[in-house]
Design a protein around this ligand. Structure first.
Ligand code: ADP
Ligand code: MG
Ligand code: MG
Length: 939
């Protein structure tokens, strides 16, 4: 009887990617004498010229390589070059050596490049220089940095100076090469170079690198070479081809670097993709003030607005523009610096947008007034911008509505529905971690679970701060508004459990030094003591000092009907969401219902677009003041006592149903008969034992408590999840289910009399065999017939069952004989198929399973297609074979999970049902699923 789906649940936007065991790194590679891998690639091509690839070859050429090729073929000015494939990388990673054919292929492509450029790599008089750039399918921080200016040596630096007529430029390029090569290929501590550079500047009493002249840089090169020699134990290689080959190998190796592995684990990127390597002829932004380098977006990635967004830096190379070494200027200023290049760039950005039909980000360099494109890709954007850009592109005629639907997803919509911190308040940012479970939480800092529970009981809002959490912290996590840890990633205990609870969580905020013993944390000198207020943003990973005001999401205001998409003050975001939801609703086949137990939730669900209730849990109607009646029911010794208790409950239940049917008038409402074990309605065994013992010691005998205690003992179960619950209760406790059926039937009759249109469906939980269902069904039909006779109204009630036990799924063909509908209870089905209880496993060992890659994502978040999903699929087929008009739905939490919604669409369910807050997400994803399958049908 968890309340888990009462709150908007977080989920992961990542696809369910099977994470294969890590490929062995160099050192631990197999020691097969004659290495098979290097030979078995006859005819396989390992190197592609930029003119040979295209953007669809990301698997093979990596994102950067594929897009460089695409731009080349669009006729844009890309410096010529070639790409070594991910396949070559995989061979290297598997065998510890480059594939045999690679060397020759690279030589061939290099020669062609040299011919085209009219110069040879590193040749003394007029050297060809290249950059060696990593580039995996997904852009991945933690991979090897790019090395620029490969081909420079003591000799060729002189030739370069002569050719360019600029000695300073040549030595600047050479010192950059040694610095980048030393750091990323030879593993020298980069700070040593930075310090030497800083020294050179301070000796000269200048602040920026451009104020160092050729002589200074020459000296610096000498120093750099010394650093390399003493740190790497070898000379900086003078042979240009050796430089290139070593750099390529270093890129391959960086695939298995610690940071890259960690990133892949967090983002669920498979370990076996490998990276491509791009060799690109150099163009120079450091040739003086008529040269420079920049980055740009084709539109604003935060708002989607079209315009000029980017930064530019004169007389600079590569990363200078983002490294903050000198002040950049806004891209718009390029218009006054170099109008021709600026105009050409604007033209190219338009070409790219029209070609990719999306926002692109780009890197470019201007060499003496000549513009060069160095990179592009479809740019990252905020969730809000994703919706806005999608509709803007529709309006521009670049994409159609079906495509717009594919440009956004449920995870982004969910993100937009969380309340957020007010951006207009002044805030003090404490630090940043991984956005593990979205939401905006404010509370007093506590550093242990005990305090979290104690303080929250006395009405305080708390944020539980730990280095990392473990199963002992569960109580504290439940009590806290939000959870903050300084260690661990998206699959850490804190992250997994918080997502399961729909609770805000930021993890792995490494700037925080958490000192649980002294109950404080330190962040860059600021000390936060127990009781200090902090604010945690689970959508961005940001942590603030003090209370940041929370504002409701405009998107929720819109769904709630408090803001209209067409109104003057409605913002562009709301209008975009409105339009995209409308497309989704138009194309989707799945209907979307709500899990709602009362009229209030039902009304909200309707506002959010629910087309009925897929699960109304009646156990909530047995709580509060009614508990006493339930106790009487449980304690009843005679049939009379029992019927009296039931008769008292009947009118109360009936009143609940009347309200609910009224709220959902005209739409189906599936009412599930009582499901949880009865002892959940009785007092806690320990509390009661103590109460009885104390009373006894005072000789104050309480007969009722004593009987209750006996009942608690009698009903106690080792494993309640698998005990006396669901249909079993209905069969064992005479009159219980029939009372509920009568309440439903009479409520329907009453609504009908009031000219309403109630559409109730009665659902029996935890059925394992058709016999159980038949017995309950016979009894229910009798009651319904009685009510019909008494009221003279035909009730049109339908009767069905949940499919939430493996046996039910396996015998679905038989069960369909007695059921007019199935609703897959995928929470229990997941528990029973896997043989684990969610509350126990999520808190204890799921983290280990996720980290070992046994799951890509928790099977409670996203349906396990191969196991649980297979049972659902076969039950759907068997059920429909028996009863072609069988209605099919799902009411587990998976009903609101994007990936799972796509699965339910695929297997042909009629509807999904989820918590009211997830309804828009389910609508959107149902639309996306339908549009996708239409797309693939027509292809
Ligand atoms: P990242 O993946 O980190 O962006 P890149 O391979 O794009 O790495 O290169 C780093 C920087 O060097 C970028 O600013 C890029 O534009 C620049 N760069 C890369 N190759 C060249 C080249 N051949 N000529 C000039 N600049 C280059
Ligand atoms: Mg780049
Ligand atoms: Mg269940």
């Amino acid at each position: 009887m968890t309340a888990k789906w009462a709150c908007p649940k977080a989920f992961d936007m990542g696809m369910f990617l099977a994470v294969r065991a890590a490929t062995p790194s160099l050192g631990e590679s197999r020691t097969v004498p004659e290495n098979q891998d290097r030979h078995n690639h006859h005819g396989q091509k390992f190197v592609y010229d930029f003119t040979e690839g295209n953007r669809d070859l990301k698997d093979l050429l990596g994102g950067k390589g594929a897009n460089l090729a695409e731009m080349t073929n669009l006729g844009l000015p890309v410096p010529p070059g070639f790409t070594i494939t991910t396949e070559a990388c995989k061979v290297y990673l598997d065998s510890g050596d480059e594939p045999l054919a690679l060397r020759d292929e690279v030589s061939g492509h290099l020669e062609a490049l040299e011919q085209r450029m009219g110069k040879k790599l590193g040749q003394a008089a007029d050297p060809l220089l290249v950059s060696v750039r990593s580039g995996a399918k997904f852009s991945m921080p933690g991979m090897m940095d790019t090395v620029l200016n490969i081909g420079l040596s003591d000799e060729s630096v002189v030739g370069l100076a002569q050719q360019a007529g600029d000695e300073r430029f040549a030595w600047d390029s050479y010192r950059r090469l040694i610095q980048m090569f030393g750091k990323t290929v030879l593993g020298v501590d980069g700070d040593l170079f930075e310090e030497a550079l800083a020294d050179a500047k301070s000796v000269k009493r200048v602040v920026v690198d451009t104020d160092l002249d050729a002589a200074d840089l020459k000296k610096l090169v000498k120093q750099y070479k010394k650093i390399v020699k003493s740190e790497a134990g070898r000379d900086f290689p003078q042979d240009p081809r050796e430089q290139m080959d070593l750099a390529v190998r270093a890129v391959f190796d960086s695939w298995n670097g610690d940071r890259a592995r960690l990133y892949r684990r967090q983002e669920r990127i498979p370990n076996d993709l490998g990276t491509a390597v791009n060799i690109c002829s150099m163009v120079f932004g450091n040739l003086g003030p008529d040269s420079g380098t920049g980055v740009a977006f084709t539109r604003d990635p935060a708002s989607g607005q079209q315009g000029v967004y980017g930064d530019y830096l004169q007389n600079a190379q590569g990363e200078d523009v983002v490294a903050g070494i000198r002040n950049t200027v806004p891209l718009a200023d390029l218009e006054t610096i170099d109008k021709a290049s600026y105009d050409q760039l604007m033209q190219i950005m338009e070409t790219l947008e029209n070609h990719y039909r999306d926002l692109c980000d780009i890197e470019f360099t201007v060499e003496r007034g000549q513009l060069w494109m160095l990179q592009t890709r479809v740019g990252k954007r905020t969730a809000g911008a994703a919706f806005r850009i999608a509709t803007q592109l529709v309006d521009q005629g670049l994409i159609d509505e079906a495509e717009a639907l594919q440009r956004v997803n449920g995870a982004q919509l969910a993100q937009l529905m969380f309340p957020r911190f007010d951006e207009d308040t002044k805030v003090e940012l404490l630090g940043r971690g991984i956005a593990a479970s979205p939401g905006a939480a404010v509370g007093k800092a506590v550093f242990d679970s005990y305090t979290a529970v104690k303080w929250s009981r006395s009405g305080e809002r708390v944020i539980l701060i730990r280095r990392e959490t473990n199963p002992d912290d569960l109580d504290g996590m439940i009590a806290a508004e939000g959870i903050l840890t300084s260690r661990g990633g998206k699959t850490s205990h804190a992250a997994v459990v918080a997502r399961g609870m729909g609770k805000t969580c930021v993890c792995g905020a490494e700037d925080l030094e958490v000192d649980t013993k002294r109950r404080r944390m330190t962040v860059n000198g600021t000390v936060i003591e127990e009781g200090d207020v902090v604010s945690v943003d689970g959508s961005t990973g940001k942590v603030y000092l003090g209370e940041v005001p929370v504002v409701p999401s405009p998107v929720v205001e819109y769904f709630e009907g408090r803001m209209h998409a067409g109104a003057d003050d409605a913002n562009e975001l709301v209008a975009a969401v409105h339009r995209i939801m409308a497309y989704a609703d138009r194309v989707r086949r799945l209907r979307v219902r709500a899990n709602a137990d009362n009229a209030e939730d039902a009304l909200r669900a309707r506002r959010f677009g629910a087309q009925g209730i897929g699960l109304c849990r009646t156990e909530h109607m047995f709580l509060g003041e009614r508990r006493e009646m339930v106790e009487r029911l449980i304690l009843a010794d005679t049939d009379d006592e029992r019927s009296t208790a039931l008769e008292q409950l009947l009118p109360l239940q009936k009143a609940d149903f009347i309200e609910l049917f009224e709220a959902m008038d005209g739409l189906p409402v599936t009412v599930r008969l009582l499901d949880p074990p009865l002892h959940e309605f009785l007092p806690d065994i320990t509390e009661l034992s103590v109460r009885v013992a104390l009373a006894e010691s005072r000789k104050d005998h309480n007969e009722n408590d004593l009987r209750l205690l006996q009942a608690v003992h009698r009903l106690h179960e080792q494993n309640p999840m698998l005990g006396l619950r669901g249909v079993r209760l209905g069969l064992v406790i005479p009159g219980l289910f029939t009372m509920q059926v009568r309440a439903i039937a009479e409520a329907v009759a009453e609504r009908r009399n009031a000219k309403g249109d109630p559409r109730a469906e009665i659902m029996i939980p935890l059925v394992g065999t058709v016999q159980e269902l038949e017995i309950v069904r016979d009894e229910a039909e009798k009651v319904i017939a009685e009510v019909e006779a008494a009221t003279g109204i035909e009730l049109k009630l339908s009767l069905g069952t949940m499919i939430e036990l493996p046996r039910a799924a396996l015998t679905a063909g038989q069960i369909a004989e007695a059921a007019e509908f199935f609703s897959f209870g995928t929470n229990d089905l997941t528990q029973t198929v896997w043989g684990f209880s969610r509350d126990d496993v999520e808190a204890s060992f799921f983290t280990a399973y996720l980290e070992k890659g046994i799951f890509g994502v928790s099977p409670f978040e996203t349906i396990d297609r191969d196991g649980v999903g297979a049972l659902v699929r076969s039950a759907v087929e068997a059920g429909r074979a028996t009863r072609p008009d069988l209605k099919l739905g799902v009411c587990g939490e998976h009903g609101g999970d994007p990936e799972s919604v796509h699965f339910f669409h695929e297997v042909g369910l009629d509807y999904v049902s989820c918590s009211p807050f997830r309804i828009p997400v389910a609508r959107l994803e149902a639309g996306r699923a339908a549009a996708q399958s239409k797309g693939s049908d027509s292809r």
